[in-house]
Design a binder for this molecule. Structure first.
Ligand code: HSE
Length: 317
């Protein structure tokens, strides 16, 4: 095999959407990671990784500690690939902010590798590989961000008796505003924010969350942003995790007062996401979310974004 190259991108995403803990994902156009894999004909099976881009200094450039590196290493092993591989990760999704950063890198890597060697891996298996990358950063294999980042739109994950993914296109008029606070997050943030969750929950809260999660799914099927937003309220995870986000109540209150239909924690946080019907109020919602964080003396950046169509191969050579 002569020298070959594939470049793939994968977008940021938000997980949970309130009541859909570890089940729901939504692909966000805000940022995307880009992976380039170069394959040489040498038969030494060496893999190297370079990390470029904003915040790249916090991303390990060691194959076994890097979400994309781990995916490529596992796929090479399983498919008996002996080429030397050079991975370049251009990091755009902010790490540790609840925007599916590790998932974006892992998905782009799995997609690029699949195309580079024309493996024709089916989607479920590709997602299993991408989820390996999540273990490196989150300590657990969860599929909500990877499914949204790969497939685009709204996704839900079934785990029993086997992994299955269901994708529903988002309504064209669904719009989001994400506020990313300037907080220093611990290295194993997702792991820590999972530890604060209760082991047992009252049946009343389960009924509330199942009812709301069902409303969200119905809203996506009926392409009804109001219905989606009605379902975002969560009694199981938000009460525990919001304590880890200074200013959370003020940010949510401000978002709702300035036109957002719903607001919740994005993934494991600390970003907060608001849901809107079209772009009209987005600017005002963004400003008022920033003001909410300011009450807690925290700066934040806001992003107004549409729903993404998912990961893409952008070139092959
Ligand atoms: N569902 C996961 C969690 C997403 O909330 O812990 C983490 O990105």
């Amino acid at each position: 095999m002569e020298h070959r190259q594939v470049i793939a991108t994968a977008p940021s995403s938000t997980a949970n959407l309130g009541p859909g803990f570890d089940v729901f994902g939504l692909s966000l156009e805000a940022f995307e990671d880009k992976i380039t894999i170069n394959a040489q004909s040498e038969q030494a099976a060496q893999i190297v990784i370079k990390v470029l881009g904003v915040g790249s200094s916090s991303i390990p450039a060691i194959v076994e500690n890097n979400c994309a590196g781990v995916v490529v290493r596992q796929m090479s092993k399983d498919f008996g690939i002996k080429n030397n591989l050079e991975i370049t990760l251009e990091k755009k999704v902010p790490a540790g902010m609840g925007l599916g950063s590790s998932a974006a890198s892992a998905v782009a890597a799995a997609m690029a590798f699949n195309r580079l060697f024309d493996l024709g891996i089916e989607t479920n298996r590709l997602l299993e590989y991408a989820a390996e990358g999540e273990v490196v950063s989150a300590g657990t294999k969860h599929f909500d961000n990877v499914s949204a980042s790969l497939l685009g739109g709204f996704t839900l994950v079934r785990t029993n008796p086997r992994i299955e993914f269901i994708k529903i296109d988002a309504p064209e008029d669904l719009f989001t505003v994400v506020a990313v606070p300037s907080l220093k997050v611990p290295k194993k943030k997702t792991e820590l924010s999972r530890r604060v969750l209760p082991r047992q929950v009252p049946l009343k809260s389960v009924v509330h969350n199942v009812s709301n999660a069902s409303t969200i799914v119905a809203g996506f099927l009926l392409k009804d942003v109001q219905m989606i937003s009605k379902g975002i309220d969560d009694l199981i995870v938000e009460p525990y995790r919001k304590k880890l986000i200074p200013g959370y109540d003020a940010v949510k209150r401000n978002a709702l007062h300035s036109g957002a239909l719903a607001a919740t924690i994005s993934g494991a946080g600390p970003s907060i996401i608001s849901f809107l019907k079209n772009r009209k109020d987005a600017k005002q919602v963004a400003i008022s979310m920033s003001e909410g964080f300011k009450e807690a003396k925290i700066e934040c950046k806001t992003f107004e974004c549409r729903i993404s169509k998912g990961a893409k191969i952008i070139s092959t050579a």
